[in-house]
Ligand binder design. Structure first.
Ligand code: SF4
Ligand code: SF4
Length: 298
């Protein structure tokens, strides 16, 4: 089984449209959305939920009001200003960091540390195969842990279904969820766009995949919107030893497909669909030539 992760240094490069098209084109795969802070692959895959699970991580403090003597010690000690004093102490779940100081020093043993329910993850069925995805609640900060969790669940689904590929839609940027999503992947495909910020963020992603020594390929989306910048990006890729596997032209059909919630490759003739099909063929060949997967801990 191989794991292919599609990343973009920045948002809005068309990464998810390309993953949705790969989902349409690939045989024997499980799809996984690791963009846990703003997942949107489900908009293209129209999943039907088979399993729904709570994701719990860390703790949040809660006052047992019947025990609280309103001494104010917790409000004094909390470095995050999460405690306000009313008739009893009141702790804000939003700002509590779960450090446990208040619970440790409370003279009445009136503070409990509850497991934090911070998101939901799903195993779903789609027209293109199994799909593992999730939603982290607003303001929660455990995106890296959730990514690691759904990655291991996707592997189980792939093993059970005998899938040969896990196709992963990653987060934009180079933060915690991206680093977590890199664990054990066989190849990264970076989708960039021909702009100064696209080029800059591409370099940051390449630094990251270089650091973890992960085979990386590149695709330039909407390349014809700024042909000179596309040339610069190709030169940069050559300098960094990264193969440019595909260049996709700007095509308004992509927007039509997004509005209809269908993969771009559902269109037989659009220029973008033809380029994505060509990109997928090349990617398939590179996947076939990959060595057996090694366990890499990040
Ligand atoms: S330290 Fe304990 S008893 Fe004192 S105000 Fe806080 S919760 Fe109440
Ligand atoms: S657990 Fe830590 S952050 Fe949360 S209320 Fe207590 S002292 Fe403040």
């Amino acid at each position: 089984m191989k794991e292919i992760l599609v990343l973009s240094g920045k948002g809005g490069t068309g990464k998810t449209s390309i993953v949705g098209s790969f989902a349409h084109l690939a045989d024997s795969k499980v799809m996984l959305d690791c963009d846990v802070d703003a997942s949107d692959l489900h908009l293209l895959l129209s999943p039907e939920t088979i399993e729904e699970h709570e994701f719990r991580s860390g703790v949040k403090a809660r006052v047992e009001t019947n025990k609280c003597s309103a001494c104010g010690m917790c409000a004094e000690l909390c470095q995050f200003e999460s405690v306000t004093m009313e008739e009893t102490a009141v702790i804000s779940r939003l700002s509590c960091e779960g450090c446990g100081v208040c619970a440790h020093f409370c003279p009445e043993d009136a503070i409990r540390l509850d497991e934090n329910h911070c998101g939901t993850w799903y195993i779903s069925d789609t027209a293109y195969g199994p799909f593992v995805h999730s939603q982290l609640f607003a303001g929660e900060e455990n995106s890296g842990k959730l990514v690691s969790h759904i990655k291991s669940e996707a592997r189980k689904v792939a093993e059970q279904s005998g899938a040969e590929l896990i196709l992963i839609d990653g987060s934009p940027g180079v933060g915690c969820p991206v680093i977590a999503s890199l664990s054990n992947v066989d190849m990264v495909l970076v989708v960039t766009e021909p702009s100064q910020s696209g080029k800059h963020d591409l370099e940051r992603i390449l630094d990251l995949t270089d650091h973890f020594k992960i085979l990386t390929k590149l695709c330039i989306n909407k390349w014809d919107l700024h042909a000179e910048m596309s040339d610069e990006i190709e030169l940069l890729a050559e300098r960094r030893g990264v193969e440019v596997l595909g260049k996709i032209p700007f095509d308004s059909t992509v927007i039509d497909c997004q509005i209809q919630g269908i993969p771009v490759t559902a269109s037989e003739t659009s220029p973008a669909a033809c380029s994505i099909r060509d990109l997928w063929k090349k990617l398939q060949k590179r996947i076939k030539n990959l060595p057996q997967q090694k366990e890499v801990s990040l």
